[in-house]
Design a protein around this ligand. Structure first.
Ligand SMILES: Cc1ncc(C[n+]2csc(CCOP(=O)(O)OP(=O)(O)O)c2C)c(N)n1
Length: 575
């Protein structure tokens, strides 16, 4: 045999790529979201062989932008709790994933990011360099591109480890706190025969989340009992539906007011009487105990804080947010563990309440139930007033959406939707942008959600800026190609509103305020976004007047629900 070709598989032999794909399937990975390059041929050949032989492998899907592919994997996980695989082209494809990967990393979303590696060898070995780019795409340390964002990065060094590498990635990314992993596949290695041994494809047990410290739980339960004005601030605790149920029970039993602060997952049904809205505000200023549940930024110290003597508890899988370089909230209790388990243990401690405490809690419950009603009345009045305004505003758009989409819909919100006007009820019916705020996530995540839940209505609410960051052509194409009809609603204020607000907040009296903060925030003239969806066979409409919105929504929803076409409303908004 030619020594330089001795890694090539003989007829009938499996390649490392084939073993790898089988291992992905065996580990429960359903989708292989791919943006390929010249590093892919062994993987493509392996998929083609699997198609012929019927060997089970994940579903290969070409996704024409890496940011979209990673956001889709993020979206599938949100709905199912199942991690997916994304494969991209070497260094350059990895570079294109970074924004979406930062979002996933900060939100503890496990996904296996795979990248080719430029062929290592320059001779005649099977898979060696045979294109100009193969030299320039080589890097000293490709994994360094993502190392800060992933829990594990590795380069496959030998074909026999293809299945073991999958098992290793899975056990690490699924261990708490979860997060992405990165695996590089050099072309010669993944195209070579996997000769030695019969690598097992069995899943390996994921280490259980550490059980919460019983002494810590008991001490916190005592503090909750003592508190007169406790406050719960939650952001991510609804990642698992069990977290929603556990928080609902605890809040009910102890009459704990809950504020959802910039939630990425619905943490408490909005109709729960203890749901006290989305801003800590006055409840924080008067608190005598704050329970921070999976909330990285429970409040912004420069704007508001609890009283200095108020104890603060942090609970969740990563209560100290270990990957944040600085985060200096007061911390009197820190309990690590699965959130639902911690909340359940707290509730168990509170179960045997003394009569005096029951009376105190009942008084608090009454006060909070009143406040719950007052808040709802205020929000309803605001959105009703917005109906009569000259231009569409977020309260009106939120209200109309709420009335149109129903409880079962999945809302993926990249900023502009205000839950005050579009309250959500069910676990996994609302998802918000990662705290890292990498724009361009919402459209892809909504497509992933639809892939995971084809029978549910999926609505992406995006700013006009966020929509453009999402590579709309790639997203609309993906929607059409894979029959993923979703409704996209653009809150189009023809500007980067957040940038403008930041400028005016720092330089309200400065030169930048003279043109009302338009400089570098102006996105006019706004394109006819409704035409972009039409280019992919979808239904598009531009909506300008508040009174026209309900009927426009009904038409768009008919296109999605009955015609099974994607739809987009370009809603011209003032805010
Ligand atoms: C990838 C990325 N680039 C830039 C930013 C900075 N940024 C934060 S908000 C924002 C404007 C968003 O505009 P739009 O989506 O239209 O929403 P609006 O602020 O107008 O409500 C920008 C550019 C970001 N968060 N992410």
């Amino acid at each position: 045999m030619d020594a330089e070709r001795d890694l090539a598989p003989e007829p009938g032999e499996s390649t490392a790529a084939e073993l790898f794909l089988r291992a992905l399937h065996a580990h429960g990975i359903d989708y292989f979201l791919a943006n390929p390059g010249t590093d892919f041929p062994p993987v493509i050949e392996a998929f083609a062989r699997a198609r012929k032989s019927g060997v089970p492998v994940p579903r290969p899907m070409v996704i024409p932008h890496e940011n979209t592919a990673v956001s889709m994997a993020h979206g599938v996980y949100m709905l199912t709790g199942r991690p997916q695989a994304v494969m991209v082209h070497v260094s350059v494809g990895t570079g294109n994933t970074l924004n979406a990967l930062i979002n996933a990393s900060r939100d503890h979303i496990p996904l296996l990011l795979i990248a080719g590696r430029t062929p290592l060898t320059e001779g005649r070995r099977h898979g060696s360099r045979d294109r100009h780019i193969h030299w320039a795409q080589e890097m000293f340390d490709q994994g360094a591109l993502v190392r800060e964002l992933v829990k594990w990065d590795h380069e496959l060094r030998t074909p026999e480890q293809a299945a073991d590498a999958v098992a290793r990635a899975m056990e690490l990314m699924m261990a708490s706190p979860r997060g992405p992993a990165y695996l590089m596949l050099p072309r010669e290695v993944i195209g070579a025969a996997a000769r030695i041994g019969n690598a097992p494809l069995a899943r390996r047990a994921v280490p259980a989340t550490p059980h919460p410290d019983p002494a810590g739980v008991e001490a916190l339960a005592r503090a909750i009992l003592r508190a007169e004005r406790p406050l719960v601030i939650a952001s991510n605790s609804g990642e698992q539906p069990a977290g929603v149920a556990a928080l609902a029970r605890l809040a009910e039993r102890a009459a704990l007011p809950v504020v959802e602060q910039n939630p990425r997952f619905l943490c408490l049904p909005s109709s729960h009487a203890m749901h006290q809205g989305y801003q800590p505000g006055p409840l924080l200023k008067e608190a005598d105990l704050v329970l921070v549940i999976e909330a990285d930024v429970p409040w912004i110290p420069a704007q508001e804080s609890p009283p200095e003597e108020c104890p603060v508890a942090h609970i969740g899988p990563d209560p100290s947010f270990a990957r944040y370089p600085m985060r200096s909230y007061r911390s009197d209790f820190a309990i690590a563990g699965d959130t639902a388990t911690i909340l359940g243990a707290l509730e168990a401690q509170l179960a045997a309440l003394a009569p005096a405490e029951i009376a105190r809690i009942a008084t608090r419950r009454e006060r909070l139930t009143r406040r719950y009603r007052e808040l709802r009345e205020k929000w309803a009045a605001e959105s009703a007033a917005a109906e009569k305004a000259e231009a569409i505003t977020p309260p009106w758009l939120g209200r109309c959406l709420h009335e149109a989409i129903g409880e079962d819909a999945v809302v993926v919100n990249e900023y502009p939707l205000k839950l005050e006007y579009c309250p959500r009820e069910r676990p996994r019916s609302y998802f918000g942008l990662s705290p890292a705020g990498g724009l361009g996530w919402g459209f892809g995540a909504a497509l992933g959600a639809k892939l995971a839940a084809p029978d549910r209505l999926v609505v992406a609410t995006l700013g006009d800026g966020a929509y453009m960051f999402a590579n709309p052509t790639a997203c609309h194409w993906t929607s059409a190609k894979y029959d993923l009809p979703i409704l996209t609603v653009i809150f189009n204020n023809e500007r980067y509103g957040a940038v403008r607000r930041a400028t005016l907040s720092m330089y309200g009296e400065g030169a930048a305020a003279e043109d009302n903060g338009r400089l570098l925030a102006d996105l006019s003239p706004s394109p006819a976004f409704e035409k972009l969806v039409e280019a992919s066979g979808g239904y598009g409409e531009r909506v300008v007047l508040p009174a026209d919105l309900p009927a426009a929504l009904a038409r768009a929803l008919r296109a999605v629900r009955e015609e099974k076409r994607q739809a987009l409303l370009n809603v011209i908004c003032r805010y």
